[in-house]
Design a protein around this ligand. Structure first.
Ligand SMILES: O=C(O)[C@H](CS(=O)(=O)O)OP(=O)(O)O
Length: 248
């Protein structure tokens, strides 16, 4: 089995994901927000590449059925219902709703995974559930790609450390796993930080930027390991959650 990590969508080619099971990680904050929204009852999340696309797509829905959501430069988009803070995605706000979602890094990374066999959204908040899904896929012979959304299409420390945790989980009792160099580097990062996500976010440029912008509560939410037992699956241009038996 091959297990590769790729940092940022800038380097992604269709061949990297073709036929593979892909986990997209954007710890700060899109992956964590998506897992939280689905755990709190959102019907689905439609990842889009720009706020204009969100507005355009919303015209296909009854206004009461959708939430316009996302951020630009970390801040909520004027006129939208929700930003990119996991704490905003309460059951009261999202239950039964379709979330049209555009963020700087996370949603373009998801859209870039066309051609993959399966795509899931992983983060620290749904680590155990994501790992269980990927283990089953790997046991079935799938090759796995972990796509770290990163920041501004480049490397982000927090995504790499989270990828390292997943790589280590998948390698357990699997001596046959072939890792690329990025995956090996991620393992070292997870060994360095482990569960000390406070230290990880304090070292990470994106973590520091969010704290300085007043989003410290979001960092706490994104550090809540296994708080959400959901596997968000991106299929047919929308993200829904798999049930306990992984039925859609
Ligand atoms: O809202 C976020 O945390 C980021 C925006 S930025 O890169 O920090 O400006 O978006 P995301 O797509 O969730 O990484």
């Amino acid at each position: 089995m091959r297990l590769d990590v790729l940092f940022g969508v800038g380097a992604l080619t269709p061949g990297d994901v073709a036929g593979r099971v892909v986990a997209v990680i954007d710890v700060l904050r899109a992956s964590s927000t998506i897992a939280t929204a689905l755990a709190n009852g959102a019907r689905s999340i439609v990842p889009l590449e720009s706020s204009d696309e969100v507005v355009l797509r919303s015209r296909q829905f009854e206004r009461r059925d959708v939430k316009l959501a996302g951020e630009r430069r970390m801040l909520p988009i004027p006129g939208f219902d929700l930003g990119n803070s996991p704490g905003e995605y309460t059951p009261e706000a999202v239950e039964g709703k379709t979330i049209l979602f555009a963020t700087t890094n996370g949603t373009p990374a998801l859209v870039a995974t066309q051609g993959a066999r399966d795509v899931i959204v992983a983060s620290y908040v749904n680590l155990k559930a994501s790992l269980a899904f990927l283990r089953t896929a790997a046991r079935g012979g799938a090759d796995v790609m972990i796509l770290c959304a990163g920041r501004e299409r480049h490397f982000a420390l927090e995504d790499a450390a989270c990828a390292g945790r997943i790589v280590r989980g998948l390698m357990r009792r699997r001596p046959d796993v072939a890792l690329n160099d990025a995956a090996q580097a991620c393992v070292l990062l997870d060994r360095r930080y482990g569960d000390r996500l406070d230290l990880l976010f304090a070292d990470a440029v994106h973590g520091r930027a969010l704290a300085e912008a007043g989003f410290s509560a979001d960092l706490d939410a994104c550090a809540a390991i296994d708080a959400q037992e959901v596997v968000p699956v991106y299929y047919d241009r929308q993200i829904t959650k798999l049930g306990p038996g992984w039925e859609r």
